[in-house]
Ligand binder design. Structure first.
Ligand SMILES: Nc1nc2c(ncn2[C@@H]2O[C@H](COP(=O)(O)OP(=O)(O)OP(=O)(O)O)[C@@H](O)[C@H]2O)c(=O)[nH]1
Ligand SMILES: [Mg+2]
Length: 310
């Protein structure tokens, strides 16, 4: 993950530091890296960056842990990104370069203190857009299988008891909440369950009714993880299997199933559902308050494994 973004200029004075973990790099070390970057002749070969110079370094920090850094710089501004142990150099280099390009497009000479409050927030959001990644998990499945229940339960912890047909796709975090996350300068204790390090888990709840399925295509084709929600009955899993076949061509590589309604007396157990559907399957009872953490952990694990695998 990216631990910190440090924006320096002019004359290498520190203008803005965006921390994404509790670890903060020693300022002298950053200045030293900027000096070394200025004298490096290595040019990035990333097509996204053109001829920008973005050297990377592997350095042992004050806590004896070796971390990777990328320094993007022009005559006015330097962007230092500190990556965690083992973070990809290429990723850091591209991000640092893109942030520098963003700064170049915004200011002739970048001075954080001279910006208005709104401009500061806007800049922080813009920089964080390069640091955060999103993993989209899209819940799909037939009507009344419990998609909205799972969506509500995961995002708010509250249980849905009355069925109310979904007619429009729901998503969390909402755009305004999302902006607040990106506007944060320093991360505090993280209670936003959908934020995992530099990742935002975005959860979508599609309407299951047949008349709404035309809208599935655009969401499923952009999903990182498609989560088929089925009722754990014979009819339920047969219907789920049909949907997997029908949407086969637009589903992402990562498909999971949620075998909901495990509280039914003759519910089909998750391993059997998994064998029938041919995808990784998790049992669920979306109205059981005791399963709240299990549901969130399952979604987060899917997001993280997706990120690491693909
Ligand atoms: N017994 C039981 N009831 C559940 C479970 N999950 C959801 N329900 C109930 O099933 C009903 C349907 O839930 P929804 O989540 O609205 O269904 P949906 O899949 O979103 O339906 P559409 O919006 O039409 O696609 C609600 O009354 C829920 O309380 C479960 O695991 N067990
Ligand atoms: Mg619904």
């Amino acid at each position: 993950m990216i631990l910190e973004a440090i924006l320096l200029s002019p004359h290498n004075t520190e203008q803005l530091r965006l921390r994404h973990s509790t670890f903060s790099v020693d300022s002298d070390m950053i200045l030293d890296l900027v000096d070394r970057a200025a004298s490096e002749e290595s040019y990035s070969v990333d097509p996204e960056l053109g001829p920008l110079r973005v050297p990377t370094f592997t350095e042992t920090c004050q806590d004896d842990i070796t971390r990777t850094f990328a320094i993007a710089l022009d005559e006015n501004t330097a962007i230092a990104l500190a990556g965690d142990e083992g973070e990809s150099e290429g990723k850091l280099r591209v991000r640092a370069g893109l942030i520098l390009k963003e700064i170049q497009s915004r200011y002739d000479e970048f001075r954080y203190d001279s910006l208005s409050g709104i401009e500061k927030r806007d800049l922080i959001s813009a920089v964080n857009e390069y640091i955060f990644e999103h993993t989209r998990i899209v819940l799909f499945g037939a009507s009344e299988t419990g998609k909205t229940s799972i969506f509500q339960f995961a995002s708010t912890g509250s249980v849905v008891t009355n069925y109310s047909k979904t007619t429009k796709t729901n998503v969390v975090p909402k755009l305004n909440e999302y902006r607040q996350i990106l506007e944060k300068r320093v991360t505090g204790p993280q209670d936003e369950w959908f934020q995992i390090a530099n990742h935002l888990l975005m959860l979508y709840d599609l309407p299951g009714g047949k008349q709404y399925r035309n809208s599935w295509k655009s969401y499923l084709s952009r999903a990182d993880v498609a989560a088929l929600v089925v009722k754990s009955t014979e009819d339920g899993i047969v219907e789920g299997k049909k949907l997997l076949t029908e949407f086969e061509n637009i589903l992402p590589d990562h498909v999971i199933a949620i075998a909901n309604f495990q509280d039914l007396e003759d519910a089909i157990p998750p391993p059997i559902v998994a064998r029938f559907l041919g995808v990784e399957t998790h049992g669920m009872v979306a109205i059981d308050v005791d399963r709240h953490d299990i549901l969130r952990d399952m979604l987060k694990t899917s997001a993280v494994t997706d990120y690491q695998r693909y």
